[in-house]
Design a protein around this ligand. Structure first.
Ligand code: 2GW
Ligand code: MN
Length: 297
């Protein structure tokens, strides 16, 4: 893009000097062995990052699927996104649904748009969940590539409770699953049947990534979703389906295509009461299924 040729120097800013001898957090891993940042509260200065991303006039797309009854999650998700998601940046919400008529009216701030994309629904919930990969892939190529720079792909049954900003953006990123961020490899619920394309041996795996929030550049997300969709089809032909559906294929992808940032479990938390010593901000949290009669897996 042209901006690369322009003067991209920052303005004078006042902030505490980074201290080479005093890491901001000593209780958690801040960088992967392949030198990707792991995004924890306290590890970044959002003012510096906002200045950098504003200079690039970055545009961010948020994709979410609301098939059948999951349309009810759009109001809490989008209303909280208006408060906490990429505030001050250009944002396009892309809601994939089979119930466009039931889409609530959401008041959007300046520079933010909402598009409802009508898509077919699938009978089995597993297919509803897995086919997201195919649809994100197809729309990346035909639409998103012309409209945004980055994509953030999220589950519907979630809401924002604190800031989620440009600190998460990179070529391709995954998120530590809230239930497994401290777990050992053998505890990861990866696909363990060799017959599945999602198979991960018990002596491999870096983290267990959640399927509920991942993203990257449109190109990065296109590669990821294309891989996951292909592996899913291969399994379908062999009459096998990975244990955690799209999440299993996503974990397989990240094992051999390392993410360039890893979001901490702050970005995939549950609304447990209080904050812990490790989780200082509950940024993006799931809405419990027993909070609603919507979902009966
Ligand atoms: C899903 C399960 C049971 C009944 C209905 C549905 C359902 C899901 C639906 O009726 N309509 C719908 O739009 N969905 C979409 O699929 C929606 O975007 C939802 O967030 C997504 C995944 O389903 P969800 O959120 O109920 O499953 P979780 O929270 O257990 O998700 C994890 O595991 C999934 C695979 O089993 C995915 O990998 C997901 O990304 C993970 O967070
Ligand atoms: Mn979910």
């Amino acid at each position: 893009r042209m901006e690369l040729l322009e003067d991209v120097s920052l303005k004078r800013m006042l902030y505490e000097k980074p201290d080479t001898l005093k890491p901001p957090r000593t209780d958690v891993l801040l960088v992967t062995p392949w030198l990707a940042p792991i995004v924890w509260d306290g590890s970044f200065n959002i003012d510096i990052l906002n200045a950098q991303f504003h200079q690039r006039h970055v545009r961010i797309g948020l994709t979410v699927f609301a098939i059948k009854k999951y349309i009810v999650f759009m109001k809490p998700l989008l209303e909280t996104a208006e408060k906490f998601f990429m505030v001050g940046h250009k944002v396009n919400y892309y809601v994939f649904t089979d119930r466009a008529k039931e889409m609530p009216n959401i008041t959007l701030a300046n520079g933010r748009q909402l598009e409802v994309l009508e898509v077919p629904s699938y009978k089995r919930w597993q297919d509803v969940s897995m086919r997201r990969m195919e649809m994100i892939r197809d729309y990346s190529q035909k639409k998103f590539i012309n409209e945004v720079d980055y994509l953030v792909c999220v589950d519907a049954d979630m809401k924002f409770m604190d800031e989620v900003g440009v600190e998460i953006l990179s070529d391709v990123f995954g998120t530590l699953h809230r239930a497994f961020y401290g777990a050992s490899r053998t505890q990861f619920p990866n696909e363990r049947r060799k017959a599945s394309a999602a198979y991960i041996p018990p002596d491999e795996g870096d983290f267990y990534y959640s399927g509920s929030i991942f993203g990257g550049t449109v190109e990065g997300v296109h590669k990821l979703t294309n891989f996951c969709h292909h592996e899913m089809l291969t399994d379908k032909e062999n009459n096998i389906e990975a244990i955690w559906h799209d999440e299993s294929y996503l974990n397989k992808y990240f094992l051999y295509h390392k993410p360039t940032k890893v979001l901490s479990a702050e970005y995939h938390w549950e609304n447990y009461p209080g904050v812990g010593t490790i989780i200082k901000k509950k940024r993006f949290v799931l809405i419990r299924k027993n909070d609603t009669a919507i979902r009966n897996k």
